[in-house]
Design a protein around this ligand. Structure first.
Ligand SMILES: NC(=O)c1ccc[n+]([C@@H]2O[C@H](COP(=O)([O-])OP(=O)(O)OC[C@H]3O[C@@H](n4cnc5c(N)ncnc54)[C@H](OP(=O)(O)O)[C@@H]3O)[C@@H](O)[C@H]2O)c1
Length: 242
């Protein structure tokens, strides 16, 4: 396959380019400031005319533009970028009317398993307090992480009572039963850690995933690109493609 990578100079896009090349794919690296054999992101439409997939790990405002180009070219799009607002998500859905689009807040297979385990845990312990904590490197822009937001949606869909997200805490008041605590830490080079804590009377269950390198995200994103080839236009879920 010929795989175009937007954000190939970045932390995660760079891993995607290496992973795709390792699997024998032809990689076209895109950058706003191209060097060597990289292509200028401004030439994306021309690159897409000869590409089998576009993998994007950039920033939401750029991804939205790249999605429109992928839709015009009918090239499958894998989106790893996180932090979209409603308009950004709507733009991705519009692109999905013309080409296959797969967006995942986390391409680690372990996180897909974590999602299932969290749903099962929350269903089994319906009246337990729930707290979600995520930790990422100091360069991460969006908070809470896209993965934490996905886990929160999973928990909220599983619990029958209406939970209220509480971001951090300070002051002097007790925890309300409907609260779901959300805690964000930014430090050092941490690749990504997510913990869901369920606590009842005299017991605590913690479910944790830790990415130990960005290669897990890259591997999942390249899997997704391979799986999208030949599919109909539409908005795909990573777990469904796995
Ligand atoms: N889904 C997942 O599994 C997963 C895993 C890890 C990270 N992420 C997400 O992936 C995204 C990238 O993270 P990262 O840590 O790799 O970031 P990063 O190291 O900052 O890399 C982002 C790259 O995007 C390009 N870029 C930035 N602004 C751009 C713009 N306006 N137009 C076009 N290109 C632009 C830059 O390349 P040039 O300067 O060369 O253009 C940069 O190298 C974030 O949203 C992050 O949350 C998702």
């Amino acid at each position: 396959m010929r795989v175009a990578v937007a954000g190939a100079t970045g932390r995660t896009g760079g891993e995607v380019a290496r992973e795709a090349a390792k699997r024998g794919h032809e990689v076209v690296s895109l950058s706003r400031t191209p060097e060597g054999d990289q292509h200028d992101i401004a030439d994306l439409p021309a690159v897409l005319a000869e590409a089998d997939a576009l993998v994007d790990f950039t920033v939401p405002e750029a991804t939205v533009e790249h999605a429109a180009a992928a839709a015009d070219a009918g090239v499958p799009l894998v989106v790893g970028t996180t932090g979209f607002d409603e308009d950004g998500l709507a733009a991705l859905r519009t692109a999905a009317e013309q080409t296959p689009v797969l967006k995942a807040s986390n391409f680690a297979k372990g996180v897909q398993a974590l999602r299932r385990v969290v749903r099962a845990g929350v269903a089994a312990l319906p009246d337990y307090d729930v707290e979600v904590t995520e930790t990422h490197h100091s360069g991460k822009r969006d908070a809470p992480s896209g993965t934490a937001l996905t886990l929160l949606e999973d928990i909220e869909e599983t619990r029958s009572d209406a939970l209220e997200r509480t971001y951090g805490r300070e002051g002097t008041h007790e925890r309300a039963p409907e609260e779901i605590g959300v805690h964000v830490r930014r430090a050092g080079t941490v690749r990504g850690e997510h913990e869901v804590l369920l606590a009842g009377d005299d017991e605590v269950l913690t479910l944790t995933h830790r990415a130990e390198s960005r290669r897990v995200f890259a591997a999942g994103a390249v899997d997704a690109a391979e799986q999208l080839a030949g599919r109909d236009p539409g908005f795909y879920d990573f777990s469904e493609v796995l």
